[in-house]
Structures are given as C-alpha cells and as structure tokens.
Design a protein around this ligand. Structure first.
Ligand code: HEC
Ligand code: HEC
Ligand code: HEC
Ligand code: HEC
Length: 475
C-alpha cells in the first residue's frame, strides 16, 4: 500500500503477484479446490480496492483463460508487459496502468518472471525483460511523475534492473520468499519486497516531489562512516602506544591507516553537508516503511470475512467430494497381529485406539481433552476437509516435512488419525505397539507443542501452564 505523506491521499493498494496459487502446477482433485480458492482471493482483492496486480508465473497455474475470466469477473487490473500469446502480437494483459494518487500521475508496470519450463505448451510465452522493459519505460516516462514496477523476477534480476534503469522509482517484488524486508535504495529505485499470497502487508508512505530523487538515507551512512573512523582512530592510537615515532614513519600499515583516516573524515564532511541539504524542504523525496503484523487479534473486516468464510465452505465441499472418491475405506482398526491397512506413507502410525488396551488410564484421560475433539471442531465449522486447517487438527507422522508433502497425506487420512492424537505428542508409535519394551515412544517437550501452538494460533502459549492441562497421568 502506498500513501502520500501528510496528505489525505487515498492509499494505492498494489500487489506484485504470486497471489492466487500455492503451487506452480495444479493436478488431480486439488485443481478444483485451488481454483475456487483463487476466485475467493480475487473477490477479496477487488473488495480491498486493489488498483493493480502483477502476474507471477504461479498465477498462471490454472491456465490463461482462467486468469482472464477472473480478471473480467472481478474487474481486476492484472498487468504484464511480457506475457504474450503464442499466436498474436499483442500482450495478453495490459502492460501498464496510468493512474493517479492525489495529484501524482503514476505509471504502474507489470513484469512477469521467467516461468522456466513449468508452463510449456500452455499457449503463451514470457518474453525476457531485456527485450521489452526499455521500450515500455520510454513509453510511460513522459506521462507519469512516478514509475512503479511490479516484478516477479528473482531478487538478483530486480537489482540488475534497478541499476540499469534510472527512471523506476519503486520496484515491488513478489514471490521470492522472505517478506518483511525493509526497502533498499538501488540507483534511486526503492526495491521493496512483498510475499506470496498477500501473506504480508505493509505501508509505504512517501513524500514525492519534482526532484524525483530518494533521500539517500544519509543518517545511516553517516553513522556507519563515523563507526569506521572510530575503529581507525583506535588502531592508530594502539600503534602509537607500542611503537616509536621513527618506526611508525616507516611502517606501511600505519601510513595506510593515516590515509584511511583522512579519507574517512572527508566522507563524513560530505555526508554531513548532504544531510544539511536534505533538511531543507523539497530537495529530496522521502519515504517511511511500516509492516503490518497480521495477527488473529486484529479485528476482522466483515465483508472480507464473509468472502473468506464462503470460499472456505465451498472449498470444503469440493474436497469432501474428491476425498469420498479417494477414500475406499471407513475404518481400519489395527488387528490382533498388529497390522493395519493405513496407506503406506502413514504406516509408522498406529492411531489412538491401538494404545487403549495397554494404556487405559492415559487413553481415558486423553479422550477428555480437546485434542481428541480437534477434528470434530473443524467438522462443526464445515472445515474438516480444508487442508489449511487440518494440518494442526489431525495426527501426522512428521511436522518437518514440506507443507505440500504434508498436505498430500491429508487426502488419505484414516479416521483414527483425525484429531490431535497420542502420536502428535509421542511421535509415530506403531513400532512401540508391536514391541513395547524395545521401542520407546518419545516424550514431548515445548517444541512439540509449538508446531501447532504457533504465535498465530495461540498467542502467549505458556508451556508450564498448558502442559498441566493435557499431560497424561501416570498409570
Ligand atoms: C502391547 C502393549 C502396548 C501398546 C499397544 C502400547 N504401549 Fe506404550 N507402553 C507399553 C509398555 C509395556 C510400556 C512401558 C515400557 C517400560 O516402562 O518398560 C509403555 C510405555 C509407553 C510410554 C512411556 C515411555 C517412557 O519412556 O516412559 C508412552 C509415552 C507410551 N507407551 C505411548 C504409547 C502410545 C502412544 C501407544 C499407541 C500408539 C502405545 N504406547 C501403545 C505397552 C504398550
Ligand atoms: C498436532 C497439533 C498439536 C500439537 C502437537 C499440540 N497441540 Fe495442543 N491443541 C491443538 C489443537 C488443534 C487444539 C484445539 C482443539 C480443539 O479445541 O478442537 C489444542 C488444544 C490444546 C489445549 C486446550 C485443551 C483443552 O482440553 O481445553 C491445550 C492445553 C493444549 N492444546 C496444550 C498442548 C501442549 C502442552 C502440547 C505439547 C505437549 C500440545 N498442545 C501439542 C493442536 C496441537
Ligand atoms: C498452525 C496450526 C493450526 C492451524 C493451521 C489451524 N489451527 Fe485451529 N487451533 C490450533 C491450536 C493450537 C488451537 C488451540 C488454541 C488454544 O488452546 O488456545 C486451535 C483451536 C481452534 C479452535 C477452537 C478454539 C477457538 O479459537 O475457537 C477452532 C474453532 C479452530 N482452531 C479452527 C480452525 C480453523 C477453522 C482453521 C483453518 C482455517 C484452523 N483452526 C487452523 C492450531 C491450528
Ligand atoms: C498433547 C500431548 C499428549 C498427547 C496427545 C498424549 N500424551 Fe501421553 N504424555 C504427554 C506428556 C507431556 C506426558 C508426560 C511425559 C513426561 O513424563 O515427561 C505423557 C505421558 C504418557 C505416558 C507415560 C505415563 C507415565 O507412566 O508417567 C503414557 C503411557 C502416555 N503418555 C500415553 C499416551 C497415550 C496412549 C495417548 C493417547 C491416547 C497420549 N499419551 C496422548 C503428552 C501427551
């Protein structure tokens, strides 16, 4: 989001892409759910008044016609100067948007990152930035007071772009991981980072004027240089204590230090002068950047929440149907020989009913805790097929596997693993059920809990307090 400082300029809401899909490619039953989610995101983004959205390769996961339809249905400005159909000479979407924020004329350009080979044979291609960006910049340069580039190129390419062109004032990059990084100024381009799927939000408040030049953040540089001078002076002082004047006159290391000191003092004088100049109004443009922590404690926007809830319910329905086909069985209680018919990836687990016979005391206690009801909690909300929620409300063999890998397991979860089971805390324990004395299950510690009791879901999680409520009794 971009606002003009000290003026009641409406915020310019922008997103640089990688907004719609988690994966670069969609396959199987997950495709319908992912598309429905993308539609919900598009509606929410429109409701928030988003002025323009860059297109990252991942946004094309469901194909071009899907994206076009989404743009039409929601009246969204998807921008890309380099996304071209295989047949035809015009870009698929608008390359840029000329708009206003208050009195400022702003050009917003979209640049799609290189999709590598993931999008082959889909009826379109992505031109390299070298062949299209210079021309597009020339086209908008005269028409705007400020140029903003929404790019899904990797950071290194964006840095190269910033160094190469003098007239991009803000570059918003997305989809490269690592949100919440403060802007850096490269050749008068503010390089700003957003994260995939709108996971981070931030305010960039700017004070823009005819100089079209960002304040070089002199105080930072000045502080650094002063620290450097302090170090040099310290080294000089130490050498002076230990050596005679005659010896120092011949010491090249000492002479070098003296040179460095002169040089550093000169830089400091320049920076101080620059700082003085910046203090006078309207010499350089300034900005303030602020990230907004997305906590569950933030008040919900009612309209957006309604869109999110409806989307989630519909996704749940889609997943329910898909899974009913996948799931051939209803229950699979371990039989007397210790075999179960869990899917292979889940073979290490036994499920809570398998522990009952040898640990009746702990099992009865466990069943009184809400961990045992965690799946039912979701079902009551019609969210029991939503992978986004399930991950922490069921029993999975491991929490360090990648998200996508874990989500795959959710499709085949047997009934015994619904809910936060014994093995969420004690680790996969099938081996233990077969030879209890030989294989010991683990005892949980704070880290075990924090896999699910994250800051986002359980703020102020207090281990000592909470463990008392759920720790199994001795039996
Ligand atoms: C066939 C009987 C049997 C089954 C089934 C069984 N256990 Fe055990 N379990 C034992 C025995 C016996 C011990 C005690 C071992 C010892 O102290 O020598 C034990 C110990 C434990 C301990 C304490 C470990 C320790 O280091 O003190 C935990 C935790 C545990 N079991 C969890 C489970 C879980 C979870 C399940 C189900 C997935 C399960 N057990 C299934 C027999 C069983
Ligand atoms: C696999 C994810 C997961 C793990 C691991 C986990 N929890 Fe939970 N915990 C949950 C969920 C989900 C709920 C909410 C269940 C509900 O209300 O439906 C919950 C609820 C609780 C509650 C409230 C229970 C009640 O009966 O009111 C406590 C206390 C708690 N957890 C403590 C812990 C502690 C301590 C650990 C670590 C030893 C831990 N949890 C490990 C997911 C987890
Ligand atoms: C990162 C793990 C995690 C995810 C993902 C998660 N939950 Fe939970 N959920 C928890 C934990 C932990 C608790 C228990 C919090 C506590 O004890 O204060 C909980 C508690 C709950 C509760 C009962 C307590 C309450 O706050 O009302 C509901 C309802 C719930 N979750 C719904 C959901 C839904 C719906 C989703 C998906 C949109 C979801 N959860 C996703 C970990 C998670
Ligand atoms: C939320 C986490 C959690 C869940 C879920 C859980 N346990 Fe435990 N369990 C603990 C903790 C914590 C201890 C105490 C460990 C210690 O002594 O350090 C414990 C201890 C035990 C012990 C050893 C008791 C003793 O003799 O001291 C057994 C056996 C056990 N659990 C079995 C089970 C079984 C069976 C289930 C499921 C029916 C289960 N646990 C579910 C956290 C959990």
């Amino acid at each position: 989001m971009l606002t003009e400082k000290n003026k009641k300029t409406p915020a310019l809401v922008l997103d640089s892409g990688a907004l719609l899909f988690k994966q670069p490619m969609l396959t199987g039953p997950a495709e319908d759910a992912a598309k429905r989610t993308a539609q919900g995101i598009a509606r929410a983004v429109r409701t928030m008044g988003t002025r323009a959205i860059g297109i990252a390769p991942r946004d094309l996961a469901a194909g071009l016609s899907f994206l076009k339809q989404l743009a039409r249905d929601n009246n969204l400005n998807f921008l890309s100067m380099n996304l071209y159909p295989n047949r035809g000479t015009a870009p698929v979407f608008k390359p840029y948007l000329l708009t206003r924020a208050g009195t400022l004329k702003i050009a917003i350009l979209g640049l799609t990152g290189n999709p590598r080979n993931i999008l082959q044979n889909k009826g379109f291609h992505v031109l390299p930035w070298q062949s299209i960006l210079p021309k597009t910049l020339r086209e908008v340069e005269k028409k705007a007071d400020m140029i903003i580039l929404l790019s899904s190129e990797p950071r290194r390419t964006n840095e190269e772009i910033a160094r190469k062109f003098d007239n991009i004032h803000i570059l918003l990059q997305s989809g490269q991981g690592g949100g919440n990084q403060p802007p850096v100024n490269i050749n008068n381009t503010l390089l700003c980072q957003t994260a995939p799927q709108g996971k981070y939000a931030g305010f960039l408040q700017i004070d823009w004027n005819d100089s079209k030049t960002w304040n070089k953040q002199v105080p930072d540089q000045l502080q650094k240089e002063q620290n450097r001078l302090d170090r040099i002076n310290w080294q000089i002082g130490r050498m002076q204590k230990r050596n005679t004047k005659q010896a120092l006159a011949k010491n090249t290391r000492f002479q070098q230090l003296l040179n460095n000191r002169t040089q550093s003092e000169q830089i400091i004088r320049q920076l101080q002068a620059q700082k003085e100049r910046n203090r006078r109004p309207r010499t350089a443009c300034s900005y303030e950047n602020r990230f907004i922590a997305l906590k569950t404690s933030l008040p919900e926007d009612k309209t957006i929440k309604a869109i999110v809830d409806q989307t989630r319910r519909e996704v749940n329905q889609i997943n329910r149907k898909a899974q009913q086909k996948l799931r051939k069985r209803k229950t699979a209680t371990q039989n007397a020989t210790g075999n179960n018919d869990f899917p292979e990836a889940l073979q290490g687990l036994a499920g809570w009913p398998a522990c009952k016979q040898c640990h009746p005391v702990q099992t009865s206690f466990y069943l009184t805790t809400n961990h045992a009801k965690a799946w039912q909690t979701l079902a009551d909300l019609d969210q029991q097929y939503n992978p986004e929620c399930l991950l922490c409300h069921v029993t999975l063999p491991t929490y360090d596997a990648g998200l996508v890998q874990r989500e795959k397991l959710l499709d085949m979860l047997p009934l015994e693993l619904q809910g936060v089971g014994c093995e969420s805390c004690h680790g996969p324990a099938r081996g233990h059920t077969l030879t209890p004395a030989k294989v010991r299950p683990v005892k949980p510690d704070q880290d075990t809990c924090l896999q699910c009791h994250t800051d986002e879901r359980d703020k102020n999680f207090n281990y000592t307090e909470k463990i008392r409520k759920i720790q199994c009794p001795a039996g």
